[in-house]
Design a protein around this ligand. Structure first.
Ligand code: KG4
Ligand code: ZN
Length: 322
């Protein structure tokens, strides 16, 4: 029995997962509304909210699973990358729990967590596969040869795909976070109404900042009234450009490494156009696309655990370079 904890950004999440990958509870408390009025996540506000929520969310997960702390055998927690203050709240809670129960601690890389969302029941995916990880913080093409790790084939040179969605949503006046809002509005629009350019950088990398600038200019050019009238067309065309870039690069990468299977994970994997564009792909279940602790507990099955008491000085890390 593994208890997972995730607090790297603006979701406070706890989950109970069995060693075979069955989810017994997966509780996510999103702070999105709290940050919406600022147009993005405010790190210190997030840390304080995690502090308030971490205990009730943990309790709820254990209650829902019908599992007492005495039955938990391992604590898995996101160590990084993410907002350092937010990470420290989850890491401290995990250390306290593990220490009190004399349990081992599994420090999890958040990105590995997203990949491990594919290893859960009822349909666990077996490596090898090519994985597109697209979230608010990352856009990565990964060669996944084993459950416990991956090699990075490509990344974004500027904005992440989710960030491009969020910035686009803001320009269109759709609020924060905006990926899901663009997704909804795009269904009513014409994806070919506007031609948004996608930078073709060499290799398997991505670039989304030019796209965002193109939308900004288009919004200015149209003016307030026209923007109102064409908002759905703009959303559809903008989304088409992002999805097109993701699909094209994922397919090229899969071919390059001879992968028989493409998988998609991360918050942007919830996008309906992206899901439809890759019909043969293994798609993370919708509830496991955005940040959650079930994926962290899942990854916690494949990392080297730190035995009791040796983790007390363990630190969080903000970026993957660490
Ligand atoms: O994985 P995630 O919860 O957090 C990070 O690790 O970053 O991803 C959040 C991102 C946000 O940028 C959000 O706008 C985007 O995922 N997102 C979507 C959709 N749902 C969430 N983007 C496009 N379409 C969606 N349906
Ligand atoms: Zn994430």
């Amino acid at each position: 029995m593994i208890l997972g904890l995730e607090t790297s950004c603006d979701e406070t999440a706890a989950a109970v997962v069995t060693d075979s990958g069955e989810i017994l509870a997966n509780v996510v408390s999103s702070q999105a509304e709290l940050h919406a009025k600022y147009g993005g996540v405010v790190p210190e506000v997030a840390s304080r909210r995690h502090l308030e929520l971490v205990t009730p969310v943990l309790r709820e997960a254990l209650d829902e699973a019908g599992v007492g702390l005495d039955r938990v055998e391992r604590i898995a927690v996101t160590q990084g990358p993410g907002l350092i203050g937010a990470l420290l709240v989850g890491l401290s809670a995990a250390k306290a729990l593990a220490w009190a129960r004399r349990l081992p601690l599994a420090p999890v890389n958040h990105l590995h967590g997203h990949v491990a969302s594919l290893f859960l029941r009822p349909d666990p995916l077996e490596p090898p596969f090519l994985c597109l990880l697209a979230s608010g913080g990352h856009t990565l093409l990964l060669d996944v040869q084993e459950h416990g790790g991956f090699a990075v084939l490509g990344t974004t040179l500027d904005d992440a795909a989710g960030e491009a969605f969020d910035k686009g949503a803001r320009l269109l006046g759709l609020g924060y976070p905006g990926g899901a809002a663009i997704d909804r509005l795009a269904r009513e629009g014409d994806p070919e109404a506007f031609a948004f350019p996608i930078a073709r950088v060499p290799g398997l990398d991505f670039s989304f900042s030019g796209l965002k600038t193109a939308l900004l200019y288009k919004v200015r050019e149209l003016g307030a009234n026209e923007l109102e009238r064409r908002r759905a067309d703009l959303a559809a065309s903008y989304q088409r450009a992002i999805v097109g870039a993701l699909v094209e690069r994922a397919e090229v990468a899969a071919e390059q490494i001879g992968a028989g299977r493409i998988a998609v994970v991360g918050g942007v994997a919830a996008n309906s156009e992206l899901r439809a564009a890759l019909p043969g792909a293994a798609l993370a279940p919708l509830e496991l696309c955005t940040d959650n602790a079930a994926m962290i507990a899942s990854a916690g099955r494949y990392v080297e655990v730190i035995p009791f008491a040796r983790y007390l000085a363990l630190d969080a890390y903000a970026s993957t370079a660490a």
